[in-house]
Design a protein around this ligand. Structure first.
Ligand code: SIN
Length: 557
């Protein structure tokens, strides 16, 4: 382990007024996307469960997922092939046993969603659900809904099922910090979570405590650390940062996946950008550069359907060369679909039209943007972590399924599989009751949200698809400058989010700076090849003084 002596000191709790109310429940789920709602739904028949969400139910990433869920459903497809594709995309860092478990459970989870009422698109030529293909898949195995509105259908299905099952939801409830105590055996465990209620503008209304026997973090990733991302504004790393503040290691944070084809809407575009699903390339679309040359020809045997990291890196190289004078985007040509594009991809059609583009006749300008965090809090596929009573599922977790680069459409599948597992396990048995309380760290203030603009620009510029030592040093300097916990910053949703974003950004930069190789979605121009000695995980931990430590940990640990 190495303590980052130049690491900024990160707050070990979010500053907020003393709690004025308390609530008790068996299980509290933090986050209301696919993973959180699947967990709540599975535990509800037996336990009292409360879902807390800092916004409204559908504000997270699930709602925006276009592609769908990957699972072996075609008679010619096999579990072995899905495992092989996942391991190949993961570039040597997947945990094969966990991948096998996920892939084996995926078809059941998809059928479970259908039983709950999810309307996946039928195949018009056969009496079955339509299956499509995305990058890195050797078979058609992605179920989708409403063409490219798969995530919205999963969210709708789970929202409705959770409501019907009597899951209670607390909206505009920001989970600040985990509360800890010790059981009769002396082992440290989670006892609940401190919550800030805010109004729709993010202004603090009150602070309270929810006591629970188990806390499930399903708070998603942190695409909003970057200036340009496919993620909605709510995706600010809150669950990952909260678990890190409780002392849990975050693993493989350097592996941030950049989606190759996010719609390019101009040089000044910032924040959430429209996704152009990989399924568009699955249906035959081809990437061209500004000079009209193919981008993926000769780069990978699967060409435009190569794994996502390969396509994003190839596009970045091409943009750096600026053929035809176009250096900030390339073009996706789906015109072979003609007007069929409109029905198959209605959301993308709408986004194109907002830019004045007709995808049936014109090429779509696209560029890579931050999309998915392969790393996260170290957890098993059943959500269990090193801290008793704490479970982490979905994008906030690092289970070993995605390795150094997630295979397309494995994420919603993982969210439903892991969420359902943790819910069923907690329905069966809760952790023991705690006997004592461990006081929270002293508050040191919050980060001013105004610091985020500079941080995001620095993250996109220096920790993007391709990095090197110089850029990572510049990013470390930008993080150090931005991480100023200021007691004068008033508690608000925006200040909590800024503090969380800085916390995860510091972790990403520390891990990326140490990994001197290129693997999966961590690409370094100064270390362009993978190295055997780096076939391991890295963990980043907030130590007692608020500084980060970084350590290597073996695969399968
Ligand atoms: C996409 O539709 O391209 C995104 C799917 C995913 O991220 O798995």
């Amino acid at each position: 382990m190495s303590l980052e002596s130049d690491s900024p000191r990160l707050p070990r709790r979010l500053s907020a007024p003393a709690p004025s109310w308390t609530r008790e429940t068996d299980v509290v789920v933090v986050g209301s996307g696919a993973a959180g709602l699947a967990a709540a739904l599975a535990v509800r028949p037996v336990r009292d469960v409360l879902v807390v969400t800092k916004d409204l139910l559908a504000a997270g990433s699930t709602q925006w997922a276009q592609g769908g869920l990957a699972g072996v459903l075609h008679p010619e497809d096999t579990i072995e092939d899905h495992v092989r594709d996942t391991l190949a995309a993961g570039a040597g860092l997947c945990d094969e046993d966990v991948v096998r478990e996920l892939v084996a459970e995926a078809p059941t989870s998809i059928r479970y969603l259908m039983r709950l009422g999810a309307a996946f698109d039928p195949d018009p030529d056969a009496d079955q659900i339509a299956l499509t293909r995305e990058g890195g898949h050797s078979h058609d195995r992605i179920v989708h809904s409403g063409g490219d509105r798969s995530g919205a259908e999963v969210q709708r299905t789970l929202d409705q099922s959770a409501m019907n099952a009597g899951v209670r939801v607390m909206e505009r409830a920001f989970a600040l910090d985990l509360l800890q105590g010790a059981g009769a055996d002396g082992e440290r465990q989670v006892t609940g979570v401190r919550i800030a209620l805010t109004d729709p503008t993010g202004t603090l209304e009150s602070v309270g405590t929810v006591f629970a026997r188990a806390v499930v973090i399903a708070g998603g990733g942190f695409g909003q650390v970057f200036a340009s991302t496919s993620n909605p504004p709510a995706v600010t790393g809150d669950g990952v940062a909260m678990a890190m503040r409780a002392g849990l290691p975050a693993r493989d944070l350097e592996f941030v996946q950049f989606h190759p084809t996010v719609m390019w809407s101009g040089r000044r575009a910032r924040g959430q950008q429209a996704l152009v699903s990989e399924a568009v390339r699955g249906e035959g679309a081809i990437l061209f550069d500004g000079a009209g040359q193919r981008v993926m020809e000769g780069v990978h045997p699967l060409e435009d359907l190569a794994p996502r990291d390969v396509v994003a890196a190839a596009i970045s190289r091409r943009m750096a060369a600026a053929p035809g004078g176009v250096g900030d985007h390339v073009f996706l040509d789906a015109t072979h679909l003609g007007e069929r594009f409109y029905d198959r991809f209605p959301s993308i059609t709408a986004a194109c039209r907002r830019l004045g583009i007709d995808p049936a006749t014109e090429r779509i300008p696209v560029a890579p943007a931050a999309h998915y965090v392969c790393g996260g809090i170290e957890a098993a596929l059943d959500g269990s972590t090193a801290l008793r009573g704490l479970y982490v599922v979905g994008e906030a977790a690092n289970t070993g399924v995605h390795g150094a680069n997630r295979l397309a459409s494995n994420s919603l599948t993982e969210a439903v599989v892991a969420g359902t597992r943790v819910g069923r396990d907690l329905a069966w048995e809760l952790p023991p009751e705690s006997r004592s309380e461990v006081p929270l760290a002293e508050p040191v203030g919050l980060v001013d949200p105004d610091r985020l603009t500079g941080l995001r620009a620095a993250m996109s510029r220096h920790v993007g698809v391709v990095r090197d030592a110089t850029s990572l040093d510049a990013a470390a300097a930008a993080v150090a400058e931005a991480v100023v916990a200021d007691a004068a910053v008033m508690p608000s949703r925006q200040a909590f989010e800024a503090t969380n974003l800085l916390t995860v950004a510091a972790g990403v930069v520390a891990a990326a700076g140490r990994r001197t190789e290129s693997r999966g979605c961590h690409r370094r121009s100064d270390h362009p090849e993978p190295r055997d000695e780096w076939r391991c995980h890295q963990t980043v931990t907030i130590e007692g003084d608020g500084r980060l430590s970084v350590a290597r940990s073996p695969l399968g640990s």
